[in-house]
Design a protein around this ligand. Structure first.
Ligand code: GLU
Length: 333
């Protein structure tokens, strides 16, 4: 391993140890205030888990903490369904069905863009439910299979799979999403069988992986959709700009503005505690820690990404860039 890689491991280890020190009580109270009883399968024993991984566009992956634990992609899956829908149908067609405006509302809000008569964007539930149905496929199973295969290829991990039990559990308590879906169908925004569409969306949310996979997904996006590990071009480069733009403006629930201000990287979080941030041209950051803040974002995930961005000067709109992860200048202390 090169000295630069040693240095990355050391810094990530130090970062992990320091943020682990954030009291479990803090994490727990954020968690319970965020979502009430939901989602049940992640609320208990996994609450204090914590893993970070950085994947470089040259294929090096640097994981620390609970990096072998599997968790659900949840909302992060919306990114990949959107990318595939764009690849399948093209920007204009997708845009005519799902907008790109930040809603400023909670992820599951029953709110639509009055001007365009579409869901606000593909990162809120309403938009994501529509987006999944846009993916090509004879039926929901085939659409799901194609989304899953894109995730597997982007992460270069064919073992990634759907946690069917988690999907079934969530389907049983998904009346809110069900209501949103029925409303959209009555308004002509969604076509087809609502129950089937909902199952597709929740199975997509239940794709299970570890933090190394999460960082590699981000690194592949950072690398223009060519997977650094396999060398495979998974999706056309044309989707990258659209996907990262929407992540940048809408990826962190109703804290997307604060995130863009503080961290300045396209990112997406999920209610299972995952945060995936893309450093275009350089690599991908994955953090998993299920304690959530009141916006539904992982407390440690946000803090870790903010610190990495600040210390390494990764904010995309900042004038100067320094990046120890890519072997350039030393980080600011
Ligand atoms: N399966 C979740 C739901 O819709 C995803 C939510 C999330 O991660 O924000 O409702």
């Amino acid at each position: 391993m090169s000295p630069a890689n040693d240095q990355v491991d050391e810094r990530l280890g130090e970062l992990h140890a320091r943020h682990l020190g954030l009291g479990a009580g803090d994490v727990a109270s954020y968690y319970s205030s965020a979502r009430g009883s939901y989602p049940p399968q992640e609320a208990g024993s996994e609450r204090d888990r914590f893993a970070i991984s950085f994947a470089h566009v040259d294929g090096d992956v640097h994981p620390v903490g609970d990096f072998e634990r599997l968790f659900l992609l949840q909302s992060i899956s919306k990114v990949f369904a959107y990318a595939l829908a764009l690849a399948d149908l093209g920007r204009d067609e997708v845009l005519s069905r799902v907008g790109v405006e930040p809603s400023g509302e909670a992820f599951n809000a029953i709110a639509f863009d009055e001007h365009t008569h579409t869901p606000f964007n593909p990162m809120v539930n309403s938009g994501a439910i529509v987006t999944s149905t846009l993916v090509r496929g004879a039926d929901a199973d085939e659409k799901l299979e194609r989304i899953l295969n894109v995730v597997r290829s982007l992460a270069a991990n064919p073992t990634i799979d759907v946690d069917e039990e988690a999907a079934r559990d969530e389907l049983a308590i998904s009346d809110h999403n069900r209501a949103v879906a029925y409303l959209m169908r009555s308004e002509g925004m969604l076509e087809g069988d609502v129950e089937e569409n909902l199952r597709l969306y929740l199975r997509q949310c239940s794709i299970r992986l570890d933090v190394r996979d999460l960082s590699m997904l981000a690194a592949t996006l950072a690398n223009g959709c060519v997977c650094p590990l396999s060398g495979e071009r998974v999706l056309p480069v044309s989707v990258v700009r659209d996907v990262l733009s929407v992540m940048h403006t809408c990826g962190m629930y109703d804290a997307a503005g604060q995130w863009a201000f503080d961290v300045g990287l396209p990112a997406k979080s999920g209610v299972s505690g995952g945060v995936m941030a893309v450093v275009p041209g350089k690599g991908g950051i994955g953090v998993w820690s299920p304690g959530l803040d009141s916006h539904g974002n992982s407390v440690r995930g946000v803090n870790v990404c903010r610190e990495i961005s600040e210390r390494l000067g990764l904010h995309l709109l900042a004038a100067e860039t320094e990046d120890a992860f890519v072997g350039a200048a030393a980080p600011r202390e």
